[in-house]
Every structure is written in C-alpha cells, then in structure tokens.
Design a protein around this ligand. Sequence first.
Ligand code: SF4
Ligand code: SF4
Length: 376
Amino acid sequence: MVEKEKDPYEKLINHFREFVLPPPKSDTLRQILEHRHTPEEAEFISKLPFAPATARKISRKLGIPKEELIEKMEALIKKGHMYKDGEGKGAAYHLAESMWQFFRMPWWIAEDNEWYRKLAKLMNKYYIEEFGGPFMNRPTVPMRVIPIDQTVVDNKEVIPHEHMMNYVDNWRRFSVSACSCRLRHDMDPAFEKSKYPMRTCMHMDDLADFAIKYGMGEEITKEEAIEILKGAADAGLVHNVENYMTNNTTICNCDPDYCIYYEKIKNLPRTMPVGTTKSNYIREIDEEKCIGCGLCAKRCPMDAIEFVKEEKRVIFTPERCIGCGVCVHKCPADAIWLKKRDEEHTYPSDGMEIGQIMTKELGGDFEEIRKRLQSF
Ligand code: SF4
Ligand code: SF4
C-alpha cells in the first residue's frame, strides 16, 4: 500500500483542490484519474502550474530538461489537460482548471471507443453524485444566457453585451467542436441519446486558434458560425457565453437536461432561483394573440411553461425563466416576446472577477490562491 503523501493520485487530487472550483474528493474521482493517467503522469501533472509559466521557468523549477518537458506538456495539451498561451520563446503553459480538464476539453477530441465510454460513465457518475453539487443553487455560475436573435422584439431594449450578433461581428476567427456535455451522455448507455445537433460548441479568437492548432475544433467561417447558431435556435438549444462582459471566446448551445451548467439547477424544485445564468430578459405574452397550440411549453428547456391542453392555454412560472427566447423563436402567432426584467443585474467584468466571486461563494480565499499560484 502506497503512503498517502507518496501516492501520485492523491497528490494530483490535492493539486486540483488548490485551485478555483476544487473538485470534491471521492472514490469516483480517483477512478477517473486512474483511468486517465499512469502513476508517472499523475505525479508529473501534480507538479505543473495552474498559472501561466514559460517552459524555461517550469524546466528550472522541476529540474526536467526543457526539450523533454515541452514534449511532455505538448502531449498533455493534446489530451485536453493543459493550455498554451502564445507561441515561441514567450509561450506560457498552464494546467486547465478541473472543470475544463474533466468535462470540456477531453471531449472535443473524444472518439467513440471503449476507453472513452468508460470515462463517460465515470464522469457522469461523478457529476451527478459529487461534482455537480457545488453548481446547484449557487448565485454565480460560469456561463450566462444570451437570447436568440430577434426574440427581444423591441430594439430599444437590446442590451449590447446580451446581443449575440454584437459578439459575432467582433470576433476574427471561429472554430466548432462537438458538444462535450451531450457527447459524454451519448457515450453512456444509462442516458437516452441526445435529440439535438452535436456540432455546436464554438470558440473564437485565441481559443479558436488553440482549438484548431491542437485538433480540438474545426475552423469555420463567420457565415458558418451564424448558420450553426440558427440551427441551434431552431432545434431548441440555449445560447450561452462566459458569464462576464469582456474577452468572451466561447459560445455553448445547451440542452439543459445534459448540460454541466444546468443539469443540476434544472432539477431543483419548480420555483428555484436560477442565479446569474439568466439573461436580463423574461418572456412576456399577449393572451389575445395566443392560439393555445402549446408549442412554447414543449420547447421551453426549463419547464417554465405548462400547457393546459383542455383549456388551450399556457401557465408561466417566471422564477424558472432564464430569458433564452427558445419559446419565442417558434411561436406561430407572434404572441410571445422577451422584455427587459424589472431589475437589471450586472455580470462580472472579466475572468478574474468571476474567479474571485465563485471562489468566495464556494468558501475559498481567492487572494491566498493567487499568492500560491504566483509563488510557483
Ligand atoms: S407557442 Fe405561441 S400561440 Fe402557441 S401556446 Fe405558446 S404563446 Fe400561445
Ligand atoms: S419561458 Fe422558457 S423558453 Fe421562454 S425564455 Fe423563459 S426559459 Fe426560455
């Protein structure tokens, strides 16, 4: 039996837990790591930094020759565990935080084989039983809803940072990958196969450069990106970007039943608060125009609308509305639209601010984490 402090998997778990969004300890987490890494690889990763550092600096710190180190880190990037910022001498390497390493990046390169199917089962179990818990009912989550284009019918009400086309027009490069959440569920026989399109996980600018370079995403044009957004909206998926206002580089098109950001909150009791994932809009109806077809209730991904078939009418539960516009987009009578909520809430300004807020909400000390990371 390996002593706890010498056990490479234990070291790796503790290393993950020193960063933001610490993954809960459990037998399943250990099984995931044993499935993904040899003991040597686990030991190596447990020494790598979460804060960006040059290969030269990491080489000196770990006492590994630079060329050998770069080869090992490039292999980890290709498996979805690390990032590289920039190129050439100044390129900085760092570990991805646990949520991205577990639930996002590895699935952009996933193949439908025995190894990934086993990983999918373990990941789903871990999310449902342990990891998803911290997401449940927490005020701040990593992504926020962007309404489907044109569902805010009054142009005066369009908020610039909540208008998808404002983002699309300003990005220079686009990539698309499979939806990591739906793919993970599709590979696990415990779940029904997703009925939604799979190729909808988009990245832009620096993240697109990275995804394309490392085979995690396929390059697409701006026009193709717009077509994917339209297809996702038609299908009933919810647009999301990172839950801050500047330098956004991700669009998720989510099915809340299978989404890492929604799966837990969707299953809360009917009047749950939905935190800052929601947009600053809410669905409004003109009862006179409504023909009682029930389509909006069928499409609403958050079960915020109930169809009373006998009376040909719908009942709306505003507390569940995330302001996505999925119901509005297909209403045959133009009877519903999105209007601004009475109280507008603000979103974190950037990745640093959301990191601070989320760490605090999880009971951690962001300053302490920052100092520890900088001391690498
Ligand atoms: S989709 Fe439109 S017409 Fe049909 S029930 Fe909903 S609001 Fe009414
Ligand atoms: S009612 Fe449902 S579909 Fe419509 S905006 Fe709200 S959450 Fe989205």
